[in-house]
Structure formats: structure tokens, C-alpha cells
Write a protein that binds this ligand. Structure first.
Ligand SMILES: NC(=O)c1ccc[n+]([C@@H]2O[C@H](COP(=O)([O-])OP(=O)(O)OC[C@H]3O[C@@H](n4cnc5c(N)ncnc54)[C@H](OP(=O)(O)O)[C@@H]3O)[C@@H](O)[C@H]2O)c1
Length: 343
């Protein structure tokens, strides 16, 4: 199946002006994400005029990154912040609303200005204090992990940005994203929680699953589990992104209850927390395959029930992988499996 290379940004989406438009930028919180976005905007021709940091070390770092900007605490750069056309409040999610209120109280926000944050979870409500004084709001969330600034202005090339914006700021939001090579993706304000939950499932929990697989493989005696997993995981990810449930393979897809039970016995002995994740994923996968018409209901039910129950001891009557394999319980319904999966 086809892989998912980063799409090439459509520069034709730039605002009228074809790149001539310049927005002056203020940055509150020169951490990982804020610095990366501001550096990319500066490289795209948007002058960064003010950067705040609460610490001397942060201000020193910012001075090296943004030589044309005034650097300081909020009170020290309040005039420049107020003059900026767009101010990014790139602080931790929980701090966005209180920092916005502090900026308003300090006089750093004005009507006609646009306040932005980079959070996936939050919509426009976190910037409400700004709209109370006439500023427009936008949430520009890069769907990318930014572990530290590399200084690479192309770090956002082909990266989708979840955008929620006041209508007066929509064109500006899309224009800034396109200018740094990103792909605008409109998200309704009321659906930000769901949007962000999806990204955590696919991104953060992919990390968790990968770590669980690595540690379990190491417990099975494999010296370099990362290398052993890499081809399988990469192919599985590409296939799932492209194909969804029809790309699924493995014991749940095949209806191999005996194999599932054997896995649960092994996992329960090594790490019950991983066994619990495996149980939940058997139930979720069986349901998904069933809804997709790839696993018949009785077999999905048996897999769900078999995963929920304590697995029988090895060699017991339900152990389809044991010595009495031919008489194993799941053999009686093996013919109920849907279309033959890719192996
Ligand atoms: N990093 C990522 O992978 C990533 C990806 C997408 C979106 N985001 C979003 O980007 C935003 C910032 O995240 P980040 O990862 O860049 O965090 P970060 O590296 O911790 O940077 C946040 C900065 O905010 C400042 N700060 C922290 N607490 C503050 C407070 N209470 N009041 C004022 N300033 C405060 C700190 O700067 P000083 O101490 O120097 O003042 C810090 O450098 C979040 O909304 C996050 O969801 C992050």
C-alpha cells in the first residue's frame, strides 16, 4: 500500500499579496513550539518584534534566536507587544487563559490585534480575555511533535495545522500557516477536544504501544527490539493510514482465540498493565472488524468474551494452541471469519 509522505504545501493559498504581506509578530513564551513557529514566521518574512521570557536564561536564548526583536519580561516589552499585529501565547495549555488575562491587564492587547495560541486542546475560549478588549483570536495547532528548536525554518513543511479562528482572523490564520509551509485544517471550536483526543490516540499512544512492544520483545529475549520491530511497525502504520480495518492482520482478524489466550497468559505473567491494554485492544479490534464486515458477530463475541475472562491455563480445554489443538474451542467457529486478510 502507498505510504503517506508529507504533502507539498499549496502556496497558492497565500493571502492576496502573494507573500508581500508582512505581519509583525509578538511571542509570549519562547519555548519549544513558540520558538519554532516564530523562527519559521521570521524566515517567511514576518518580523518578530517582541519576545518575552520570565527567566534570564530564556531571554538570552531568545536574543540569539531573534536578533531584531525586543526581548524581556512582559512589562519590559509591553509597548512592542501591543504594536504587534499577531501575538502568540505559546505557553503550556493550562497557562493560556491566565497569561492572556495578564497580557490584557498589562495593556499589551488592543482592538484590531490578533491573539494566537498553539494548543491542540483549546479553542478560542482560552483567549476570551483578549476578545473582551477587541482582539481577534486564532488557535493554530501544528500536528507535529516539536521536542526542541532545531532552528530549521522548514520544520513545518507539509505539517497540517488545526485552525480555529474568529471569522475576522480566518484568512490571517490560513495565510500564516501557508507561509511557513503548513497545511490549514479547519476545526470547529466545539470539536477541539475530540480533534485533540484523536491526535493523542494516534501520536502519543502510538509511542506507548511501541514502548510496550519493545519491552515485551526484550522480555522474550530479543537483544535489539527496536530493530526487530521497525519493518513491521512501519509497514503496519502505512497500511493502516491507507487502508483502515481491511489492512488489519493478526490473531483477532483471523479469529484465533487460542492464540489470543496464549498471549494473555504470557503477558499477565510479565506485565499485567500491558495485558490489560492487550485485552482492551482485542475487544476494540473485534468490534471494528465486525462493523467493517470482516469478522462475524459470533466470533467477535467469543473473542471479546475470551479476552475479558482470565485466560485458561496452558494445555487446558480452551487452549487452542495446546496439545489438543484440533479440538480447541475456537476451531468450531473458525469458518465464520470474514474475507481472507492480507497476511
Ligand atoms: N512541543 C510540542 O511538541 C507542541 C506541539 C504542538 C503544540 N504545542 C503547544 O505549544 C504550546 C507551548 O508548548 P511547548 O511544548 O512549547 O512548551 P514549553 O517548551 O514548555 O514552552 C512554554 C514556555 O512558556 C513559558 N511559560 C511556562 N509557564 C508559563 C506561565 N505560567 N506563564 C507564562 N509563561 C510561561 C516558558 O517560558 P519562560 O519560562 O522562558 O517564560 C516556556 O518556555 C502549548 O499550548 C502546546 O500544547 C506544543
Amino acid at each position: 500500500m502507498a505510504s503517506h509522505p508529507r504533502p507539498v504545501p499549496d502556496r497558492s493559498e497565500r493571502d492576496p499579496g502573494g507573500g508581500e504581506r508582512r505581519e509583525t509578530i509578538g511571542l509570549v513564551g519562547a519555548g519549544r513550539a513558540g520558538s519554532a513557529v516564530a523562527l519559521a514566521l521570521a524566515a517567511a518574512g514576518h518580523p518578530v518584534v517582541a519576545v518575552t521570557s520570565r527567566s534570564a536564561a530564556g531571554r538570552e536564548r531568545a536574543a540569539g534566536q531573534f536578533p531584531g526583536a525586543r526581548i524581556g519580561t512582559v512589562p519590559q516589552v509591553v509597548t512592542r507587544l501591543r504594536a504587534a499585529e499577531v501575538v502568540f501565547i505559546a505557553v503550556p495549555d493550562d497557562a493560556i487563559a491566565p497569561v492572556t488575562a495578564e497580557l490584557v491587564a498589562a495593556g499589551a492587547v488592543r482592538a484590531g490585534q490578533t491573539l494566537a495560541h498553539l494548543s491542540g486542546r483549546h479553542g478560542l475560549g482560552a483567549l476570551a480575555a483578549g476578545s473582551a478588549v477587541g482582539a481577534a483570536r486564532m488557535a493554530l495547532h501544528p500536528i507535529m511533535t516539536l521536542p526542541g528548536t532545531t532552528g530549521d525554518p522548514d520544520v513545518f513543511a507539509g505539517v497540517p495545522f488545526g485552525i480555529t479562528a474568529d471569522s475576522v482572523a480566518e484568512a490571517r490564520a490560513r495565510g500564516l500557516v501557508v507561509d511557513i509551509g503548513g497545511i490549514p485544517l479547519a476545526i470547529e471550536d466545539s470539536r477541539r477536544d475530540l480533534y485533540h483526543a484523536a491526535l493523542v490516540l494516534g501520536g502519543n499512544f502510538l509511542t506507548s504501544l511501541t514502548v510496550a512492544a519493545r519491552e515485551t520483545l526484550a522480555a522474550a529475549g530479543v537483544a535489539d527490539p527496536g530493530s526487530a520491530l521497525a519493518p513491521l511497525l512501519r509497514a503496519s502504520l502505512d497500511n493502516a493510514l491507507t487502508g483502515g480495518w481491511p489492512a488489519a492482520t493478526g490473531p483477532v482478524r483471523r479469529g484465533d482465540l487460542g492464540t489470543v489466550q496464549a498471549h494473555l497468559r504470557a503477558l499477565d505473567a510479565v506485565d499485567p498493565a500491558v495485558a490489560a491494554v492487550y485485552r482492551a485492544l482485542v475487544a476494540y479490534t473485534a468490534g471494528g472488524l465486525e462493523r467493517a464486515g470482516l469478522l462475524e458477530e459470533p466470533l467477535a463475541d467469543r473473542l471479546r468474551a475470551g479476552a475479558a475472562a482470565d485466560p485458561p491455563r496452558a494445555g487446558g480445554p480452551d487452549d487452542a494452541g495446546g496439545a489438543d489443538d484440533a479440538g480447541g474451542a475456537d476451531d468450531t467457529v473458525a469458518g465464520n471469519v470474514g474475507p481472507e486478510p492480507p497476511r
